[in-house]
Design a protein around this ligand. Structure first.
Ligand code: GLC
Ligand code: CA
Length: 610
C-alpha cells in the first residue's frame, strides 16, 4: 500500500489505478475527536496527537469535517470565513502542521468543502443583503414576495427546508426573500453568477490546495444548480405550507456543467485533487453514473444514501417518524450499488456511518447484550470491509460506538436538525407525534455520532480532562462496558482488533474485496446476508456469510453449501479466511453450514499464501 500512496503523474483519470480506490478513509468530526487543551471541544492538536492511532488502524486518508470560522449553528457547516480556522479548533498553523503530519506518515488529508451556502455572517452575505444594488447582491438568491388572496405576504415558493420551515427568509432591510435549503442562517450561494463561482474556486478551494491538502469531501454537491423558474412543488402533504421540493433544486439543469467546471478549473490543475461528493436525493444508478463516470471528468466518487437513510420517513416532513424495514431491503440497496458500476468506468464508495446519522451498530446491529453488540459490530466490519468501492469509516465505528442510551432526554440532543423536527412536533400539540419523533431521534438523530470519542474508561473517556464539561455528554458505555480504545487495544480480539485485521485483509486481497465483482445469494433471506466476491482477473472467490440475527442460522437448510457457492472444483477445498468469533468461541464451527448469532465469516477458494 505504502508505495501506492502517491499521486499519478498523469491526471489520475486514466492509466494506473489511482491511490484512492484502495485507500481506507476515516472521517474525523473535530469537535468530538480529542480535546488537547481542556475546553471541552475537540481540536486539531488533539487530532494530530492521535494520527499514529489512525495509521496503526490502517487509515490512509483523513477526511476532516469543517474546522473553518463559523458561528457553529450547524456545527461548522455554516462558514463565515473559509480561510480562517475556528479558534476552538486551533489555528492556520495547526492545520499546516496537520497536513505535514499526515504526509509524514504517508497519509493524506481532505477537507470538507461547503459551498452550496455560507453562514449569514459571511462578509459576502453581509454585503449582499446590504442593498439591492450591491455588487454581491446576485451572489445569493433573492426574490420578491408573493401575496395570497387576502393580501398576506408569502414566500416565493412553497419549498420546505431541511431543518423544517420554509426555504425562504424575509429580509426587512431590502424587502426581499433569500433562499436557504438548510437553516435560515445558511443562505444559498448563487452559482449562476460567474464571479461568485470564481470566488468559490479561489477562496475556498485553491487557498487550501495551495497549503497542501489533498482534496475535498464536497458537501451537498448536487444542489448548486436550482431551477431558475422557481415553480411551486406539488402538494405531497396537504394543508402544510411547505412541501418537499428536492426536484426543484437537486440535480438541476446546470449541475454537471458546474461540477465539470470545478474539476477542470481547480481540481485537475492540482494534480487531480481528490473529490468525493455528497449526493443526496439521487437514488437511481442512471442519475448517479454521470457524476462518477471517469469519462465525464466530474467527481472521483460520491456518497449515495439509499441504504443509510433506511428507517427514516424520507428526507423531509416525516424524517424522524421511524419506519421499520426488513433486512432484504437493506441488502437490495447494497446489491444495487455494488453492481451499478460493472461494465462502466465509474467508481463508488462504501460506508455505513457519518456525522449525519445514528451509529451503525445501533441501527443495523444489535446492542441488546454485550455479546450481540460485539458480534454485530464485527459483522458490520466484515460486511463493510468486503464490499467493492472506497471504504469510509467514521470515527468510533472501529470500536463499535453506539447511539446515546435510550434513557437520555431531549436536553442531550444539540443538533439544529433534531431541534427543528422536535420543535415542529411540539408545536403541533400532538402528543403521539412528539413521542414518535423522540423515538425516531433515539435511532436516527445526527447527535448520536457526535458524542465524544471514547479513548479510555476515565470520567470523560479520555476525550477531555476529567473535570471538564464536554460539549456533548460522554456515553456511559465508555466506563460501564469498557467500550473504549484503551480496553480494546489490550484485547487483540476486540472490535478494534478485528477492524485492523479486516482492513489488512481488505488490502491484501484488494482484487477481491475492493475491486471484485459482487454476486448476491439468498436476496430474500431476512436473517443472512450472503454474497460472493470474485476477482475479475484471477477468478479467485470469497464467500461472505453474515448472520444479521440473534439466532443461529444454517446455510445448509437454505440449500447453500460453501464449496458450491465458491464454485470449488473436484478436490478443491474451501478455506475459512476469517470469522468474527473469538478463538474460544470457535469450537465446533467445523460444520461450516451453521452460523452463530451475529457471526460473520469469509471463505475463499484458494490456499493460504497462494
Ligand atoms: C451536509 C452535511 C450536514 C449539513 C448540511 C448543510 O448534508 O453533511 O451535516 O448540515 O450539509 O451544510
Ligand atoms: Ca479543545
Amino acid at each position: 500500500m505504502a508505495d501506492q500512496l502517491h499521486h499519478d503523474n498523469q491526471d489520475g483519470w486514466v492509466g494506473k489505478e489511482p491511490y484512492w480506490k484502495d485507500a481506507v478513509f476515516y472521517q474525523v468530526y473535530p469537535a468530538s475527536f480529542k480535546d488537547s487543551n481542556g475546553d471541552g471541544w475537540g481540536d486539531i492538536p488533539g487530532l494530530i496527537s492521535e494520527l499514529d492511532y489512525l495509521r496503526d488502524l490502517g487509515v490512509d486518508v483523513v477526511w476532516l469535517s469543517p474546522m473553518f470560522e463559523s458561528p457553529q449553528k450547524d456545527m461548522g457547516y455554516d462558514i463565515s470565513d473559509y480561510q480562517a480556522v475556528y479558534d476552538r479548533y486551533g489555528t492556520l498553523a495547526d492545520v499546516d502542521t496537520l497536513i505535514a503530519s499526515c504526509h509524514d506518515r504517508n497519509m493524506k488529508l481532505i477537507l470538507d468543502l461547503v459551498v452550496n451556502h455560507t453562514s449569514d455572517e459571511h462578509p459576502w452575505f453581509k454585503e449582499s443583503r446590504s442593498s439591492k444594488t450591491n455588487p454581491k447582491r446576485d451572489w445569493y438568491i433573492w426574490k420578491p414576495a408573493r401575496y395570497d388572496p387576502d393580501g398576506n405576504r408569502i414566500p416565493p415558493t412553497n419549498w420546505r427546508s431541511y431543518f423544517a420551515g420554509p426555504t425562504w427568509t424575509w429580509d426587512d432591510n431590502t424587502q426581499e426573500y433569500y433562499l436557504h435549503l438548510y437553516g435560515s442562517f445558511q443562505p444559498d450561494l448563487n452559482w449562476e453568477n460567474p464571479s461568485c463561482r470564481e470566488a468559490i474556486y479561489q477562496d475556498t478551494m485553491r487557498f487550501w490546495l495551495d497549503r497542501g491538502v489533498d482534496g475535498f469531501r464536497i458537501d451537498t454537491v448536487n444542489k448548486y444548480s436550482k431551477r431558475t423558474d422557481f415553480p411551486d412543488a406539488p402538494i405531497t402533504f396537504p394543508g402544510q405550507p411547505n412541501q418537499p421540493a428536492a426536484e426543484m433544486w437537486c440535480n438541476g439543469p446546470r449541475i454537471h456543467e458546474f461540477i465539470r467546471e470545478m474539476q477542470e478549473k481547480v481540481l485537475t490543475p492540482y494534480n487531480h485533487a481528490l473529490s468525493v461528493g455528497e449526493l443526496s436525493n439521487t437514488p437511481l444508478p442512471s442519475q448517479v453514473l454521470p457524476y462518477v463516470s471517469a469519462a465525464n471528468r466530474e467527481l472521483d466518487m460520491v456518497f449515495e444514501f439509499s441504504m443509510i437513510r433506511l428507517g427514516t420517513g424520507g428526507a423531509f416532513h416525516g424524517k424522524y417518524l421511524y419506519q421499520p424495514y426488513p433486512l432484504s431491503e437493506l441488502k437490495a440497496h447494497v446489491a444495487t450499488w455494488q453492481t451499478f458500476l460493472e461494465g462502466t468506468d465509474a467508481w463508488h464508495t462504501v460506508f455505513c456511518e457519518n456525522h449525519d446519522n445514528g451509529r451503525a451498530v445501533s441501527r443495523f446491529g444489535d446492542t441488546s447484550s454485550h455479546k450481540n453488540w460485539e458480534g454485530s459490530a464485527k459483522t458490520i466490519a466484515l460486511w463493510q470491509g468486503t464490499l467493492t468501492g472506497t471504504l469510509f469509516l467514521y470515527q468510533g465505528q472501529e470500536i463499535g460506538m453506539m447511539n446515546m442510551p435510550r434513557g437520555w432526554g431531549i436536553e442531550e440532543y444539540k443538533d439544529c436538525e433534531s431541534m427543528g423536527f422536535y420543535e415542529e412536533a411540539v408545536a403541533s400539540g400532538d402528543q403521539d407525534r412528539i413521542a414518535k419523533t423522540m423515538d425516531g431521534l433515539r435511532i436516527l438523530a445526527r447527535d448520536h455520532s457526535r458524542l465524544p470519542f471514547q479513548w479510555d474508561g476515565s470520567a470523560n473517556a479520555g476525550f477531555t480532562g476529567e473535570n471538564v464539561v464536554p460539549w456533548m455528554r460522554v456515553h456511559d458505555s465508555a466506563f460501564e462496558d469498557g467500550l473504549n480504545v484503551k480496553a480494546q487495544k489490550e484485547d487483540e480480539e476486540s472490535v478494534l482488533g478485528f477492524y485492523k485485521t479486516v482492513l489488512k485483509l481488505r488490502k491484501e486481497y484488494g482484487e477481491l474485496f475492493v475491486h471484485g465483482a459482487f454476486r448476491h445469494l439468498l436476496p430474500e433471506d431476512e436473517a443472512l446476508f450472503v454474497y460472493v466476491k470474485e476477482g475479475v482477473e484471477s477468478g479467485r472467490r470469497a464467500l461472505v456469510v453474515l448472520n444479521f440475527s440473534a439466532e443461529e442460522q444454517a446455510l445448509s437448510s437454505r440449500g447453500v453449501t460453501v464449496a458450491r457457492a465458491l464454485g470449488c472444483e473436484e478436490g478443491e477445498e474451501a478455506r475459512l479466511l476469517i470469522t468474527t468469533l473469538r478463538e474460544r468461541e470457535r469450537l465446533g464451527i467445523e460444520s461450516p453450514e451453521r452460523l452463530r448469532p451475529w457471526e460473520g465469516r469469509v471463505y475463499v477458494n484458494f490456499a493460504e499464501g497462494a
